[in-house]
Design a protein around this ligand. Structure first.
Ligand code: ATP
Length: 369
């Protein structure tokens, strides 16, 4: 049996707002799970229900096979780091980290040993005498993490712990948190709206939208096998390109674009969508420079390049494909000229097809050429 089970969990706030709908998830011991989704999708609410800070309106939450709905936060064996990590301003880094253990009446020597060990893991050894105001944002965040991990807990919850940090600090803290997870092996649930954090840190990601789970899977699964347009557009940066069109006589038609749909969509699906609206998707980084080989194994596309953005390791190309705005990724040396026509290829196997009405992926077996 899974370590944490959430079965048909719902949250209806006292004002009647239904924030989380039928949330189902099983979490194994030691897993690093990330809830991701846009603002207001119910990530924090779900995390707070797990923490015991918010009542569960409907459904069952079990920890190690025991119902925990009615257990208080302290009885759940959980430590939590919040977005606003309020440290005690008048206490030193050492005392901030030691505080919880002192309250529990832990022996001073044991406290010292734990504080020093935790400080070492987090690179805070040289700052133990400082007050929080004399620390950088990243260092304060580490103290907050230290304060949480210093207690031996089985479950570690984090709500946007990196949101107050600058880009560089985020990258550092991302790998530190991954490292801490490896060392503590605590089951971790981490909330963020940043898909890069989710992709780089999680064992499994839960993508949420408007209170509903959209998909649960490994970063690899979410990237390569998104179940719908929302997940496809949310995971990946820049996001997947979508082209609305129709199947007409087996061709996918959208403005001036007219391509043989059966090269990337199973024949029975092409037939099923004949005369109907359909959405073609492809990732910016999936495109290939046009040559004989790529032209024979993919769709040749003609676009007008509007803007190019050299990012160092690659260039983002903003281009109009007919009247559709797209973003394409190329190697810096392959950057096309702005305000010019340009052609590229989309490999058949990199094309995703979605139902226009449901926005769900059109499942298909490998397409025969
Ligand atoms: P963010 O990334 O902005 O923190 P989130 O995905 O964590 O968003 P929640 O904080 O879980 O979202 O909120 C989910 C929804 O529930 C939002 O629409 C929010 O306005 C609503 N909500 C949150 N707290 C309450 C409350 N106490 N009463 C009523 N509605 C609430």
């Amino acid at each position: 049996m899974a370590y944490l089970t959430l079965k048909d969990i719902n949250k209806i706030y006292p004002n009647g707002f239904h924030a989380v709908h039928d949330f189902n998830l099983e979490i194994e011991r030691g897993e690093f799970i990330i809830f991701v989704g846009p603002s207001g999708c119910g990530k924090s609410t779900t995390l707070r229900m797990i923490a015991g800070l918010e009542d569960i309106s409907k459904g069952d939450f079990n920890i190690d096979g025991v119902r925990a709905n009615d257990k208080g936060p302290r009885e759940r064996g959980i430590a939590m780091v919040f977005q606003s990590y309020a440290l005690y301003p008048h206490l030193s880094v050492y005392d901030n980290m030691a505080f919880g253990l002192s309250l529990q009446g832990v022996d001073e020597e044991v406290i010292e040993e734990k504080v020093l060990k935790t400080a070492k893991i987090l690179g805070l050894t040289d700052y133990l005498d400082r007050k929080p105001r004399a620390l950088s944002g990243g260092q304060r965040q580490r103290v907050a993490v230290g304060r949480a991990i210093i207690r031996k807990v089985d479950i570690f919850l984090m709500d946007e712990p990196l949101s107050n940090l600058d880009a560089k600090q985020r990258v550092t803290m991302r790998s530190e948190i991954t490292q801490i997870h490896r060392e503590t092996k605590a089951t971790t649930i981490y909330v963020t709206h940043d898909q890069i954090e989710a992709m780089t840190m999680a064992d499994r990601i839960v993508v949420m939208k408007a209170g509903y789970i959209q998909q649960v899977g490994s970063p690899f699964e979410l990237y390569f096998k998104p179940v719908n347009m929302f997940v496809a557009g949310f995971i990946g940066e820049p996001p997947m390109n979508f082209i609305n069109g129709k199947i007409e006589n087996g061709q996918f038609v959208s403005g001036q674009i007219s391509i043989d749909a059966s090269k990337s969509l199973a024949k029975d699906k092409v037939d099923a969508y004949e005369g109907k609206e359909i959405v073609m998707g492809f990732r910016p980084e999936a495109i290939k420079l046009l040559n004989e080989e790529t032209a024979s194994s993919g769709y040749k596309m003609d676009c007008v390049v509007e803007l190019t953005e050299l990012l160092g390791d690659n260039t983002n190309v903003y281009a109009k494909l007919g009247d559709v705005n797209t973003v394409l990724k190329v190697e810096p040396l392959d950057t096309p000229e702005e305000d010019k026509e340009w052609s590229f290829a989309i490999p058949y196997e990199s094309v995703y097809w979605f139902d226009k009405t449901t926005e769900n992926i059109i499942e298909q077996k490998d397409v025969q050429e």
